[in-house]
Design a protein around this ligand. Structure first.
Ligand code: NDP
Length: 342
């Protein structure tokens, strides 16, 4: 069984590759440069089960055709995980919306053309932001489920980078479901979408903990750099899941028959900056007095209002999620070790 995974060098993807290797899959990683391919290959001990294809510009027309023309017959499933996130994006349409949507349709077209006889399942990585109405996140009467969609339009999501990123995930996912409906008579593969909350947790390889962390873990790093004397610059509330559980969910999305055609939301609970600070101050005595105690020490979750009911997904996923305590403890330990602070 061979799985092709796009963006194989990413934060979540490296955990997925690790699980796939442990289950003896052959893996084809798609990355944007030879340098990235060599680095990931070396990180996984140059495993003979892992090979790479380089696609420098994923949003170029028919970008995936050469890969599927060459290797389509080997591939039994595809995880499309690569997606643009540009925190300083200014041209939302060209940097986020168009590439995310076009790359998704482009890979589905390549599979249809060159992998239709062999590929049985495609897994797409979406985001809980594609489910959430961003205007209602502060509304305690609202519960989002797998059936909900972010209501932003192509135009209305283009007001700030986060909203535009959320839009890019929504429109890419929507395009994938539309593709499946439109081509259902001519395709032999099915689609499962993994819809993760904000993913925190350690990098698969500590060497990837650089001065600047990946986007989601920047939240933790920001709090590690907070001052006990100053107010927090920014208070964050978000739905949380550990990255290792997101990886597990991708495996289930790939393998389980009853995951077919589903949106699998992967969500543990809503959290706020205070929850993370409480765990840091409690579990790491060396940080006490060095970082903020937060605006409401010991009283977590102050502003998390909307909730999520993802029981349908949980039934299919069928495993217990890691707690925020575990996630923060493992992440902070890895960061402090790499930075020689323990
Ligand atoms: P990373 O930033 O670690 O990895 C992103 C991957 O996408 C990298 O391989 C990157 O390539 C590639 N990429 C960047 N820009 C583009 C582009 N324009 N076109 C195609 N590929 C691009 O991200 P994560 O591991 O955090 O995220 C993986 C997936 O999970 C994404 O689809 C993301 O939207 C989704 N997700 C992430 C969450 C999180 O909290 N981290 C939560 C919910 C969903 P390169 O290294 O060459 O730049």
């Amino acid at each position: 069984m061979t799985v092709l995974i796009t963006g194989a060098n990413g934060f979540i993807a490296e955990h997925v590759v690790d699980l796939l290797l442990k289950k003896n899959y052959e893996i084809i990683g798609v990355v944007r440069s030879l340098e990235k391919a060599e680095k990931v290959h070396q990180q996984f001990g140059n495993s003979s089960k892992l090979s790479f294809e380089i696609v420098p510009e994923l949003s170029a027309p028919n970008a995936f055709d050469p890969v599927f023309r060459k290797r389509g017959k080997e591939i039994s499933s595809v995880i499309h995980m690569a997606s643009p996130f540009i925190s300083g994006a200014t041209d939302f349409e060209n940097q986020l919306l168009i590439p995310a949507r076009n790359e998704t349709v482009s890979i589905l077209n390549s599979i249809k053309q060159y992998g239709n006889d062999t590929v049985t399942r495609v897994v797409l990585t979406s985001s809980l932001l594609a489910v959430t109405d961003l205007n209602k996140m502060g509304d305690e009467t609202i519960t989002f489920t797998e059936k909900d969609w972010n209501p932003d339009t192509w135009a209305s999501c283009q007001t700030n980078p986060l909203r535009a990123y959320a839009g890019s995930k929504k429109f890419a996912e929507e395009a994938a479901w539309n593709f499946m409906r439109e081509h259902k008579r001519n395709i032999n593969f099915d689609l499962t979408v993994v819809v993760p909350a904000m993913a925190l947790g350690p990098h698969k390889f500590a060497e990837d903990v650089k001065d600047e962390l990946n986007v989601s873990n920047k939240v933790i790093d920001g709090l590690l750099c907070s001052s006990p004397r100053r107010k927090l610059d920014h208070y964050m509330n978000a739905p949380f899941i550990d990255v290792r559980d997101v990886a597990k969910a991708h495996l289930i999305a790939l393998e389980k028959a009853n995951a077919r055609g589903q949106r699998l939301c992967v969500f543990e609970r809503g959290i706020g900056s205070q929850d993370i600070l409480d765990i840091m101050n409690q579990k790491f005595p060396s940080l006490r007095g060095q970082i903020s105690q937060g605006p409401w020490p010991g009283r977590g979750d102050q502003n998390t209002k909307c909730s999520y009911n993802t029981s349908l997904s949980n039934k299919i996923l069928g495993f217990e999620f890691l707690s925020l305590d575990q996630s923060v403890e493992d992440t902070v330990t890895q960061i402090l070790c790499v930075r020689d602070q323990v």
